[in-house]
Design a protein around this ligand. Structure first.
Ligand code: HEC
Ligand code: HEC
Ligand code: HEC
Length: 424
């Protein structure tokens, strides 16, 4: 009941500035039905857990798992002092535009290129509810309910990028410009590591040149949601020239100190000289009776399992070297969102699986068979993230060189038509 009443008590009328399309607001604020505000509050919570909790903590206390890895403490959003000093509009602007545009740390990413105006208001409402004095938030009427989608990328954009990259991609001017953007202006290091520095939400970027094709880096950082609509990486609203410079820097990047050599570096010649037969690769990949049976765990164009990542356009994004490593030594790099977790229950049972989600009450794991299991925290004695992939690690011994070459040929053909201008 109390929840309902407080929504009627204080009404903060929100005045939005019109300086940016990101803040495009509706006309007038209006009173919502309590059932609506609860719905919005819940939407805010879901978004907060997905996009914010890794830094700000599940209850906004600034203590998410990623907080210790970044140079600036994420704000404690539940702190009464914080709550008192910020208007709803100010909070909205910080979320929409990101830290650097509101004179705060560049490590706080912008979400206005990813979420709808309505969704950002739901986050403001959720944040207000973390405080003790709940201030009433009424989103303005007629606000944008659709998520932004820009920029769309065309084949022309990719062809242009490749030409540009050939000519200027490795010039000092570009790599320097990219370095400044990554280190001091954009929020990449809030979520990614370079050398030892930076967050751990996404994959580390130390090996970008080994793992990813340059045109993929460009396309991905320009608009990740085109490729994976549910990704946790926000669209950062980069201008094309910023995205190009960032790619230049990532491709040129060499980690400090001794570079950990990939275990497969001596095997490259052995496996990559044979061009391979993609048709045969397809059969090996999909044969349910075969040794590989990759399709048991991987989805390709709507067919296959869900234990591992979808591979429908892995030939567009990954280099052949990285694909080879993923098959022969899967634990070398564990794809983002596929960490294996081991849980020991109070009844002394071990459960392992890929951690798919976590909330206040428990963990959601996916086991090797693709089944989702929920484990309440009250039943857990100990839990640990493992360094070993759920993908079998013995394909090097089980598969012949020719089989692997054929699978690689097949994977290399899994591309996105719009990006098939690939030079590799
Ligand atoms: C990569 C870590 C990270 C993520 C993810 C993140 N934040 Fe932040 N956030 C920060 C940091 C760091 C600050 C502190 C900035 C400062 O004080 O200079 C901050 C500050 C803020 C502020 C306070 C701005 C002010 O006026 O002082 C708000 C509000 C906020 N974040 C909301 C959110 C919301 C909502 C999300 C999810 C949609 C989110 N943040 C996701 C790191 C993050
Ligand atoms: C709020 C956190 C966040 C920020 C900020 C962020 N990323 Fe990411 N990034 C992620 C996550 C999470 C993934 C894994 C996404 C997935 O697989 O869906 C990812 C994935 C990636 C990948 C790998 C894509 C692939 O093919 O798997 C690259 C490259 C990347 N990010 C580069 C960057 C760069 C460069 C920046 C800054 C311009 C940046 N990211 C900013 C969270 C972030
Ligand atoms: C038991 C399930 C399972 C089987 C069988 C399996 N994989 Fe995987 N695969 C995974 C999981 C889980 C990951 C993510 C963790 C990691 O990176 O190791 C993964 C990751 C990958 C990646 C990296 C994808 C990326 O985006 O970084 C590739 C490529 C891959 N697998 C190819 C294959 C091929 C080819 C086969 C058959 C020879 C195969 N997998 C068999 C579960 C499986």
């Amino acid at each position: 009941m109390q929840v309902f009443i407080k929504y009627f008590l204080i009404i903060a009328v929100l005045i939005l500035s019109d300086e940016s399309h990101l803040l495009a607001s509706g006309k007038k604020s209006h009173l919502m039905k309590p059932s609506d505000s609860l719905k919005i509050l819940n939407q805010g919570k879901v978004l907060f857990l997905k996009f914010c909790a890794h830094c700000h903590g599940m209850h906004g206390g600034g203590d998410g798992f990623n907080a210790e890895f970044i140079d600036k403490d994420p704000a404690d959003l539940s702190d009464p002092k914080f709550q008192a000093k910020r208007s709803n509009e100010k909070i909205f602007r910080a979320i929409s535009l990101g830290g650097s545009k509101v004179k705060k740390s560049h490590l706080m990413p912008p979400f206005g290129h990813t979420l709808s105006v309505e969704e950002i208001w739901s986050l403001v409402l959720y944040i207000r509810n973390l405080g003790i004095n709940n201030i009433f938030v009424v989103p303005p009427k007629d606000i944008q309910m659709e998520r932004p989608r820009n920029p769309e990328l065309t084949r022309q954009d990719i062809i242009y990028f490749l030409k540009w990259f050939d000519e200027y991609g490795q010039t000092k001017e570009q790599t320097d410009a990219g370095k400044i953007l990554i280190m001091n202006k954009k929020s990449c290091l809030g979520c990614h590591q370079l050398n030892e520095e930076g967050g751990r939400i996404g994959p580390d970027l130390n090996r970008s040149s080994f793992n990813y094709k340059p045109e993929w880096l460009y396309a991905w950082i320009s608009n990740p949601q085109i490729f994976r609509p549910h990704t946790k990486m926000p669209n950062l609203g980069l201008e094309p020239k910023e995205a190009r410079a960032i790619v230049s820097y990532l491709v040129s990047f060499q980690p400090d100190g001794e570079v950990k050599k990939s275990k497969i570096s001596e095997l490259l010649d052995k496996y990559l000289t044979d061009k391979g037969d993609p048709k045969r690769g397809y059969e090996i990949f999909n044969d349910p009776e075969g040794i590989a049976n990759c399709a048991k765990c991987h989805l390709v164009n709507g067919v296959g399992g869900f234990v591992g990542p979808e591979l429908s356009f892995v030939g567009t994004s990954r280099t052949r070297e990285f694909l080879l490593e993923s098959i022969l030594d899967p634990s070398a790099v564990i794809s983002s969102g596929y960490k294996t977790m081991m849980i020991l229950t109070k009844e002394r049972k071990f459960i392992t699986g890929i951690k798919k989600n976590e909330d206040d009450t428990g963990f959601y794991l996916m086991n090797k068979e693709g089944k989702e299991v929920y484990i309440p925290k009250s039943k857990i004695k100990k839990s640990k993230t493992q360094k070993i992939s759920t993908m079998p690690g013995n394909f090097k011994d089980l598969l012949k060189v020719k089989d692997v070459a054929d699978i690689l040929a097949y994977l290399s053909e899994l591309t996105l038509p719009a990006m098939s201008a690939s030079v590799n």
